[in-house]
Design a protein around this ligand. Structure first.
Ligand code: GCO
Ligand code: MN
Ligand code: MN
Length: 388
């Protein structure tokens, strides 16, 4: 049997908030005791993760005194040294405190917008202090329940000004840092601005320093909207913007589930892993998910190990797909080049347009050919179910 042990080169990371989730939900109280950041780092070390990410307040509570903050950082640093875990990414909590009830950078209240900037500047410093090279922006409260309340164009502009401000700050401080924007359609707001990875890519192109800013797409966020996650990831990759990725799982049309990676839609997870491996994605593979509320901390470890193991099993399946002669033969037949068509394809020229208009196409003959996708998909299913 193949070895599915996580290794540093896989860059598997978890947020403190993921394995640290105490299982509170809108209907029920916590089911697990809170663990300190240092304890969570040790837990992640035990299961073989490469790194740990945090929101400012996962590490340092919002009302901690400077002395308390120093003590927490010292313990956290020691746990990182003991386990060898890295901190590849950090982010800001701009959604938990009641001050952000109507958003942060897109709040109608200038005091809130200014406070959100202050909190983010400090959180960026904290992330850099622990070596983070990617800084994520997830605008969880940047949205509305009623569109009577806000001007959507103002919101876009305020968001852009904030991102431009942080890019200048990182340049000014000479931080080796890139920003990754994470889209989500809803939850906790009724509707969130820049709701998909595609919206984010459009937004990034309007920034002053677009080269510093990419995306952090999350499986669950696109599945919630009923979208094909891998297609969004491919678009981000092709644009040179896939700086980070949040892996989990989610049934469409449900509340935000944050399920263990590949536990719901194995086929979608397979195409995603195959895509990432085929293109040579080399940034962190971050699991932004939670253990079921039924679990104790042994179950949390099962959850974390399961995320990594499923990724590695799917990676092996992807290699098998690429090596499968029958699968590859169907693909080769379908994408085969036709030298006679070369003169019509590629870049525009007036001659090409004239030649195209004069060409006779046998539409019916072209359409009559079966593409063997049923066979191809069944071969994929056979492969995933272990029968090839
Ligand atoms: C969510 C989001 C968050 C973000 C995190 C990092 O649905 O709550 O996915 O977990 O990823 O805030 O920015
Ligand atoms: Mn999420
Ligand atoms: Mn996320």
């Amino acid at each position: 049997m193949t070895d599915f042990t996580p290794k540093p080169e896989h860059k598997f990371t978890f947020g403190l908030w993921t394995v640290g989730s105490i299982g509170r939900d809108p209907f029920g109280d916590p089911v697990r005791d809170k663990k300190s950041p240092a304890e969570l780092v040790n837990l992640l070390g035990e299961v073989g993760a490469y790194g740990v990410n945090f929101h400012d307040n996962d590490l340092i509570p919002i009302d901690a005194t400077p002395a308390e903050a120093e003590a927490i950082k010292k313990d956290f640093r020691k746990a990182l040294d003991d386990t060898g875990l890295k901190v590849p990414m950090a982010t800001t909590n701009l959604f938990g405190d009641p001050v952000f009830k109507d958003g942060a950078f897109t709040s109608n209240d200038p005091k809130v917008r200014a406070y959100a900037r202050q909190k983010t500047l400090k959180a960026i410093d904290l992330g850099v202090e622990f070596g983070a090279k990617t800084y994520v922006f997830w605008g969880g409260r940047e949205g509305t329940e009623t569109d009577s309340s806000k001007n959507a164009v103002d919101a876009i502009k305020w968001n852009r000004e904030a991102m431009n401000f942080f890019c200048e700050y990182a340049l000014d401080k000479k931080y080796d840092l890139r920003f990754a924007l994470e889209a989500k359609p809803n939850e906790p707001r009724g509707d969130i601005y820049n709701s998909t990875t595609g919206h984010m890519l459009g937004f990034i192109a309007t920034l002053d320093h677009p080269e510093m800013v990419g995306v952090n797409p999350e499986v669950a966020h696109e599945h919630m909207a009923g979208l094909d996650f891998m297609h969004g990831v491919a678009q981000a990759w092709e644009a040179g913007k896939l700086f980070h990725i949040d892996l989990n799982d989610q049934y469409p049309g449900r509340y935000d589930q944050d399920l263990r990676f590949a536990s719901r839609d194995i086929k979608a997870a397979f195409y995603l892993v195959k895509f990432l491996e085929d293109v040579g994605y080399d940034n962190p593979r971050h699991f932004d998910a939670h253990a079921y509320r039924t679990e104790d901390y042994e179950g949390v470890k099962d959850f974390a190990r399961g995320c990594m193991r499923s990724y590695l099993m799917l990676k092996e399946k992807a290699a098998q797909f690429n090596a499968d002669k029958e699968i590859q033969a169907i693909l080769a037949e379908n994408i085969a080049d036709d030298p006679a068509m070369q003169k019509f394809l590629g870049k525009y020229s007036p001659e090409k347009a004239d030649a195209l208009k004069a060409q006779a196409f046998d539409r019916k003959a072209i359409a009559n050919r079966g593409l063997k996708y049923e066979r191809l998909d069944q071969l994929t299913i056979d492969l995933l179910l272990g029968n090839r």
